[in-house]
Design a protein around this ligand. Structure first.
Ligand code: HEM
Ligand SMILES: *[C@@H]1O[C@H](CO)[C@@H](O)[C@H](O)[C@H]1NC(C)=O
Ligand SMILES: *[C@@H]1O[C@H](CO)[C@@H](O)[C@H](O)[C@H]1NC(C)=O
Ligand SMILES: *[C@@H]1O[C@H](CO)[C@@H](O)[C@H](O)[C@H]1NC(C)=O
Ligand SMILES: *[C@@H]1O[C@H](CO)[C@@H](O)[C@H](O)[C@H]1NC(C)=O
Ligand SMILES: *[C@@H]1O[C@H](CO)[C@@H](O)[C@H](O)[C@H]1NC(C)=O
Ligand SMILES: *[C@@H]1O[C@H](CO)[C@@H](O)[C@H](O)[C@H]1NC(C)=O
Length: 507
């Protein structure tokens, strides 16, 4: 290489370096100006003693997870650090908060400043691209496709819940001493009800007859793989799991049949409508058909079905498991619930009646407060932005959030704040909700808030309420056979590590 070209290279490198430095300095100045303008102060509370990689933090987190106390440990940290602080993992620094004002800002006020698209690499193999794992226009279209049909609680089909209750009861021994794990039955109940609702046909896992059992198993494994990919982060590129690939394929191929069927049925309906005028003989509500009426894009329908199945199945099952764990540990609450349900005089409840069971609602609220099934969540800043509190020595100043920062919010810690719920915040006490005593806003967030609030909230409360009422009608005693207290099992949702072991006697 000649003398001349070396000089050119050196010159080019110098120019590039200078340009880079200048742009970094400019960015620094612009950000400082922005932060000043908003009155931001730095966050002085830090979770880490090791200031470079946060290794101490990672170690204690792994330790806590091993003892199944990850949430309790995080909650202690939130309390000690006054609810907003920074935390470092390897080279990334994130902001953690359990402050309602900050959470409201992320989820609602500055909704557009944040995204969750980073989830996609973790979820796409099973879900494709849909409401649960995309941002921006793609998400907005998903939401518009899905939401109209979730607003009313009537969307949940009580008759098909009842149909499955028969299968469910058949699996519960009622001699008062044989132990049954309700949690595993709840997971089977909800996969059956969700597939019935979404596909129009239940996989029948409670009946154990279907050849469709392979779907339930594959779906289970695919979800485990999502958790694994989440833990690996960027490292997941170097990790391959053929069983996960196969499970994803089984799930998607299984669902594909129903998509094809839905599109076929809807197209023939449209033809009929043209021929015979509109004689609306609409039968049972089936979600895949509803989607097919709004789009003929089969890939899109499949992806949205998988997204809703994932968002709705384990959440509802986990809520039932956590609530029944506590009901079985609190016989007085169970008796009181049964007395309320007795007002139905043994009849199956209607929507209206379900809604009017006040104590039932107190129990559901209290379960979701103590054991929120989505206890941890996060968003990534898509632009430079500001959180209202957490900065400065008193923690009362706004905080600058540079683009790319992860803001993690901890619902579990927030739901147990004694400044919101009183000194007995750790106790399961449905009475705290009675007579509208608690009307929390952003300090109670089991279903998220803002534009991405859970679309299935009414559906879930209807399903959980229905199953609970039917249990209360069917069984007089419900006794816990779990020797210890509730312990966390933290996967995509929060459930009980030991399941929900009970004995029951008939009413
Ligand atoms: C106890 C039961 C449930 C709880 C606690 C729950 C909670 C949540 C939470 C916290 C989110 C926000 C996730 C995030 O943005 O990071 C969410 C979103 C969602 N949920 Fe639920 N959910 C439950 C049941 C259901 C059911 C039964 C369905 C459907 C049948 C459903 C469908 C969805 C969907 C589609 C989203 C995504 C909404 C969006 O991003 O626009 N959920 N849910
Ligand atoms: C579903 O949404 C469509 C369009 O908004 C509406 O026409 C239909 O009545 C809805 N179905 C139910 C059961 O809510
Ligand atoms: C689902 O996976 C869990 C582990 O995450 C396992 O304990 C359970 O037995 C599995 N259930 C089914 C039906 O395969
Ligand atoms: C650090 O952040 C980047 C994105 O900003 C992300 O891709 C990466 O997974 C993070 N690394 C860790 C160890 O969390
Ligand atoms: C903790 O934060 C609250 C407001 O969120 C503030 O009133 C209080 O002074 C703070 N306490 C400490 C010790 O920083
Ligand atoms: C349950 O919580 C919701 C949401 O905060 C609230 O609107 C409702 O009034 C509560 N129900 C009862 C019975 O307290
Ligand atoms: C979980 O179950 C096992 C066996 O049933 C029991 O030995 C253990 O004490 C239980 N743990 C808790 C916390 O209940």
């Amino acid at each position: 290489m000649g003398f001349h070209s070396t000089r050119v290279l050196v010159l080019a490198a110098t120019v590039l370096t200078v340009a880079l430095v200048v742009s970094r300095i400019r960015r620094f100045l612009v950000r400082r100006q922005f932060a000043r303008l908003h009155g931001c102060k730095p966050i002085v509370r830090r979770a880490n003693k090791d200031p470079f990689f946060g290794l101490d933090r990672m170690y204690s987190f792994i330790q806590a997870a091993r003892e199944h106390k990850a949430l309790e440990t995080a909650r202690e940290r939130h309390r000690a650090l006054n609810y907003t602080f920074t935390s470092k993992q390897l080279l990334n620094s994130s902001i953690l908060t359990s402050e309602p004002e900050n959470i409201k800002t992320v989820l609602s006020i500055n909704f557009k400043h944040y995204g969750l698209g980073h989830r996609l690499q973790q979820f796409e193999p099973l879900l494709g691209k849909g409401i649960f794992d995309t941002d921006g226009d793609h998400w907005a279209m998903s939401r518009a496709l899905i939401r109209p049909n979730f607003t009313r609680d009537q969307v949940a089909d009580l008759a098909s819940f009842e149909h499955l209750i028969k299968d469910f009861f058949a699996l519960i021994p009622r001699d008062g001493y044989t132990v049954v794990d309700l949690q595993s039955l709840f997971f089977r109940y909800t996969i059956d009800s969700a597939t019935e609702f979404l596909f129009g046909q239940s996989v029948g896992s409670l009946r154990m007859t279907g050849s469709d059992l392979s779907f339930a198993e594959a779906f289970n494994y695919s979800q485990e793989a999502i958790t694994t990919r989440g833990m690996l982060g960027q490292l997941h590129r170097f990790y391959s799991d053929p069983k996960a690939d196969q499970s994803d394929r089984i799930c998607r191929e299984f669902a594909q049949q129903f998509v094809d069927e839905a599109v076929r049925i809807v197209q023939s309906e449209e033809k009929e409508d043209k021929n015979e005028g509109s004689e609306t003989k609409r039968q049972k509500y089936i979600f895949s058909h509803e989607l097919a009426r709004r789009t003929s894009d089969k890939r899109r329908i499949l992806d949205e079905l998988m997204n809703v199945l994932l968002a709705g199945r384990d959440t509802t099952a986990s809520m039932l498991s956590n609530m029944f764990f506590m009901l079985a540990k609190h016989p007085a609450v169970w008796s009181k619930l049964r007395r309320e349900v007795a007002s139905l005089e043994g009849r199956l409840p209607t929507y209206e009646e379900l809604r009017n069971l006040k104590y039932l609602r107190c129990c559901m609220n209290e379960s979701l407060r103590l054991h929120p099934v989505v206890p941890l969540n996060e968003r990534k800043a898509l632009q430079d932005t500001v959180l209202p509190v957490g900065g400065g020595k008193d923690g009362l100043s706004p905080v600058f959030v540079p683009k790319g920062t992860f803001v993690g919010y901890n619902i579990y810690a927030m739901h147990r704040r004694t400044d919101f719920y009183g000194p007995d915040a750790d106790q399961f006490r449905p009475e705290r909700w009675e007579n509208g005593r608690l009307q929390p806003r952003w300090e109670y967030l089991p279903f998220n808030g803002g534009p991405r609030i859970c679309v299935g909230q009414q559906y879930a409360l209807t399903e959980v309420g229905y199953v609970t009422v039917r249990m209360a009608q069917e069984f007089q005693t419900l006794e816990s056979r779990d020797p210890g207290p509730w312990e966390e099992s933290l996967t995509l949702t929060l459930s009980s590590r030991n399941g929900t072991k009970v004995c029951v006697t008939p009413a």
